[in-house]
Design a protein around this ligand. Structure first.
Ligand SMILES: [Zn+2]
Length: 319
C-alpha cells in the first residue's frame, strides 16, 4: 500500500465518495475477503458517525479561496504527531488539493516527507495539473473515469420519474461525464433557461438582433444578488449547448442522416453544413473570449452579429 494517493477526475464524478470508501477499507478491523469494509466493526461505525480519531480532514473553509496554512499547522501540532489510538494506521484526507497555494502545499509536503509510516494521505482534486510537481511525484494517482452519456441518461431516467427523455439527454450532454453535475443541472432551472436561450438564438436574424441581445443580456445578468461568475457560467452553458447541438447536426449532415427533429434551424430552415461549420467556429471563439474575461455585453454583441450574418443566409428571402 502506498503512503499517499491523489484521487482525481472531473467534478461530480464521486471523488469524495471514493476517498471515504478507501478510508473505510483501510481502517476496517474485519475487512471482507474482497477487501471491502465490513460496515459493522467499531472502526466502520466510528467512521460512519463522523468521529474516528484516526481520520483528519483538511478542506477549504466556506468563503475562503484556498486551504489555510493554519489548518495544516494545527493538524501538525495536534494530530500528525500522535500515534494511532486503535489499529495501526491514520488517514489524512485533503479535499480540493489544488486549492493550496505554494506555501500551504510546501507545509503539507514537509509532513508528507516525514517518515511517519502509519499515516496515509488521500488528496482529491479535479485539477491534478495544478498540484506541485513535488507532491505529484510522491503520490500514487487514482484516476476516476467519467461516466458515458448513455449511462447518465439511463441513471437519470431510472431515478427520476419526473423527467422526459429529452431533458435527461440534454442534462447528460451538458454534464460532460459527471452524474453529479447532471443532477445539479436538473435541480435548478438551468436546463429550461438554456433551452429558452437556444430557442431565442434559433430565431436570430440581423433584424431582431438587438432584441435577442437584450434578452440574452438580461438572462445572463438576471438575479442581481448572484455574482458575475454565475452570469459567466450560465452563458458558458448556453455556448456549450449551442456547440453540442450544431456539432450533432454537422455530423448528421456529413453521414447523410436525417436530422432528429429537435434540431436547430435558421428561421425554420435546416442549416447547411457550411453554416454549421462557421457557427461552431463563432462559438469556439466566444468560449475563448469568455475564459479570457472579456466584457459580457461586448462578447454577446460580437458573437450575435457574426451569427446573424450566417443565419440570415438561411432565411427565406424577402419579397
Ligand atoms: Zn469494519
Amino acid at each position: 500500500m502506498a503512503h499517499a494517493y491523489i484521487i482525481c477526475g472531473p467534478d461530480g464524478v464521486g471523488k469524495s465518495a471514493f476517498a471515504w470508501e478507501m478510508m473505510k477499507a483501510i481502517l476496517c478491523r474485519k475487512p471482507r475477503k474482497n477487501g471491502e469494509a465490513c460496515g459493522l466493526c467499531p472502526s466502520c461505525r466510528k467512521l460512519k458517525s463522523g468521529n474516528h480519531p484516526e481520520v483528519a480532514v483538511i478542506e477549504r473553509e466556506s468563503g475562503r479561496q484556498s486551504i489555510l496554512v493554519e489548518q495544516v499547522e494545527a493538524l501538525r501540532e495536534e494530530w500528525f504527531c500522535l500515534q494511532p489510538v486503535e489499529g495501526d494506521r491514520k488517514i489524512c484526507l485533503v479535499c480540493e488539493a489544488d486549492r493550496m497555494n505554494d506555501e500551504v502545499a510546501n507545509r503539507l509536503l514537509k509532513i508528507l516527507e516525514e517518515p511517519s509510516g502509519e499515516t496515509v494521505f488521500l488528496l482529491t482534486t479535479s485539477r491534478p495539473e495544478a498540484l506541485l510537481e513535488t507532491i505529484l511525484s510522491r503520490c500514487q494517482t487514482v484516476r476516476l473515469r467519467s461516466v458515458s452519456e448513455k449511462e447518465i441518461v439511463d441513471h437519470l431516467l431510472e431515478t427520476r420519474s419526473d423527467l422526459s427523455r429529452e431533458q435527461a439527454e440534454m442534462a447528460a450532454k451538458l454534464a460532460e461525464g459527471s452524474p453529479g453535475r447532471a443532477m445539479e443541472l436538473l435541480d435548478g432551472d438551468l436546463l429550461e433557461r438554456t433551452r429558452w436561450a437556444l430557442g431565442l438564438i434559433s430565431e436570430l436574424t440581423s433584424e431582431n438582433m438587438v432584441q435577442v441581445m437584450a434578452e440574452l443580456k438580461e438572462y445572463s445578468a438576471r438575479r442581481g444578488r448572484e455574482k458575475l461568475e454565475h452570469s459567466r457560467q450560465r452563458l458558458a452553458l448556453v455556448l456549450e449547448a449551442l456547440l453540442l447541438n450544431w456539432k450533432d447536426q454537422l455530423i448528421a449532415a456529413e453521414i447523410g442522416e436525417p436530422a432528429n427533429g429537435r434540431d436547430f434551424t435558421a428561421n425554420g430552415r435546416p442549416l447547411a453544413a457550411w453554416q454549421l461549420e462557421r457557427l461552431i467556429d463563432i462559438v469556439f471563439e466566444a468560449e475563448r473570449r469568455l475564459l479570457a474575461n472579456v466584457n459580457l455585453s461586448l462578447l454577446l454583441q460580437t458573437m450575435l452579429t457574426k451569427m446573424a450574418k450566417i443565419l440570415d443566409a438561411g432565411a427565406p428571402t424577402k419579397s
